[in-house]
Design a protein around this ligand. Structure first.
Ligand SMILES: Cc1cc2nc3c(=O)[nH]c(=O)nc-3n(C[C@H](O)[C@H](O)[C@H](O)COP(=O)(O)OP(=O)(O)OC[C@H]3O[C@@H](n4cnc5c(N)ncnc54)[C@H](O)[C@@H]3O)c2cc1C
Length: 405
């Protein structure tokens, strides 16, 4: 049973004690605001704890607006510029949490993601933030210039309500559509949501040749999404992993956020290598097709491709122009229509959410519902893989916390 000290009137009630909620509460509390955080979970910050393989990729040195998907790509600019990766790095340093850079600006804890959870809780304590969990939120209503939050243990009043209940990924960890439903109940529009940063499944006969290649990983260039439409097009140079169910690895996770059911992905298996230099006559002449392909690709993949193209055992020098073009096309512009994603259970983020047109970009407050704020993943701002989602959580939380009256 959660215990609360003092009265039940607050300057702000934060719904959801994840990354964005805890950080927002701590900043507002340290500004002297009386803050209550409510969550239905027994243990707080569970998604932070499992993030980054248990080491939490807590930010990216290079987070910028280009790393965010949103129907309004400019919306996140203000928050991201006012709370930068450096600001969060300074906070992590001040708690003496060791960290390292892994790949392209991605910062991970040296020891454990729970250090970030402990840091956020310590920051909340510094701001005298009250935590109330596990409780069920039964309703949120406006009462004149106040908001009332009804829970399974008590009813609370405050001048502001901050919704930080996250997105739909990993329902087993307590993810709910609470934020989206609450927005709709106050007539705020919500953009269609779908799983992002998620492996893709392949089921067609055309891709059956990949079944035998599970476990193969290689750097590719991948493209997904239509130019100029909705979330636009994403192109990434990253590693692709063939799995028993389809495709995964950073390249595919990134591309999945731009992928819409029914569309094709485009894979250049040679990555950024120039096909002309790899397929030059002098190098390849005497080799079989699979040997030639193995100069640029993992051997198992090279054999699988040669088989798929019906060219196993043929010498490269014997191939006619049409076959060579077929090989080249397959290597640099393989198009595949995934059957689907592996769904919310395997997704790292939700693409879509509360429509940014409904929110003030400087404060995250709903324009048509003064005193009601939305931050973090429940908003239609989704980061690329690599620490950008947490940076959005910190930055949107900070924008809100520093504006709370
Ligand atoms: C496996 C995995 C690994 C990830 N790794 C990384 C990474 O390394 N780097 C990165 O940048 N991002 C990563 N992410 C994404 C990142 O975890 C999220 O973007 C981030 O946690 C969003 O913060 P949030 O505060 O909006 O939501 P959350 O952190 O999900 O917090 C939401 C909170 O709201 C509570 N809640 C939900 N519904 C209700 C309700 N109805 N009533 C009461 N409380 C409710 C939940 O219990 C939770 O405490 C990962 C995600 C997953 C799933």
């Amino acid at each position: 049973m959660p215990s609360l000290s003092g009265n039940s009137e607050f300057d702000a009630i934060v719904l959801g004690a994840g990354a964005a909620g805890l950080f927002c509460a701590s900043v507002a509390g340290q500004r002297g605001r009386r803050v209550l955080v409510i969550d239905h979970a027994e243990k707080l910050g569970e998604k932070i704890r499992i993030s980054g393989g248990g080491r939490c990729n807590f930010t990216n040195r290079d987070t910028r607006i280009e790393n965010m998907l949103s129907l309004n790509p400019h919306f996140a600019k203000s928050a991201l510029s006012r709370y930068t990766p450096k600001n969060f790095i300074d906070l992590v340093k001040s708690h003496r949490i060791g960290f390292h850079e892994k790949h392209r600006g991605q910062l991970f804890c040296n020891d454990s993601a729970t250090q970030i959870v402990r840091m956020l809780l310590a920051e909340c304590e510094k701001g005298a933030v009250q935590l109330c969990h596990p409780v069920v939120i039964e309703g949120v209503h406006r009462e004149g210039s106040f908001w009332r939050v009804q829970t399974s243990v008590a009813s609370f009043a405050s001048r502001a309500v901050v919704v930080a209940t996250g997105g739909l990924p990993v329902p087993a960890m307590g993810a709910t559509a609470f934020g989206l439903e609450l927005a709709k109940s106050f007539s705020l529009s919500v953009t269609p949501v779908r799983p992002g940063l998620v492996p893709l499944s392949l089921t067609s006969d055309d891709t059956a040749f990949l079944d035998a290649l599970a476990g193969v990983s290689l750097p590719v260039r991948i493209g997904s999404g239509a130019r100029g439409e909705r979330y636009g097009r994403g192109e990434f140079d990253e590693d692709l992993l063939v799995t028993h169910k389809g495709l995964s690895g950073p390249a595919v996770l990134q591309a999945s956020s731009y992928w819409v059911e029914g569309e094709e992905l485009e894979v250049n298996w040679l990555g950024h290598h120039d096909p002309a230099s790899l397929l030059s006559e002098r190098e390849l002449g005497a080799r079989s097709v699979e040997q030639a392909l193995a100069l640029a690709l993992p051997e198992r993949l090279a054999q699988g491709f040669a088989q798929k193209l019906g060219l196993t055992g043929r010498r490269w020098a014997e191939l006619g122009r049409a076959d060579r073009q077929r090989v080249q096309h397959f290597l640099v512009a393989w198009r595949v229509k995934p059957a689907g994603t592996l769904g919310w259970k395997k997704a790292e983020v939700m693409v879509g959410g509360v429509d940014t047109d409904e929110l003030e970009s400087k404060t995250m407050m709903a324009k048509r519902q003064p005193g009601l704020y939305f931050i973090g993943e429940c908003v239609d701002v989704t980061g690329h893989l690599g620490g950008h989602n947490f940076q959005w959580a910190w930055a949107s939380a900070y924008a809100c916390a520093s504006s709370l009256p």
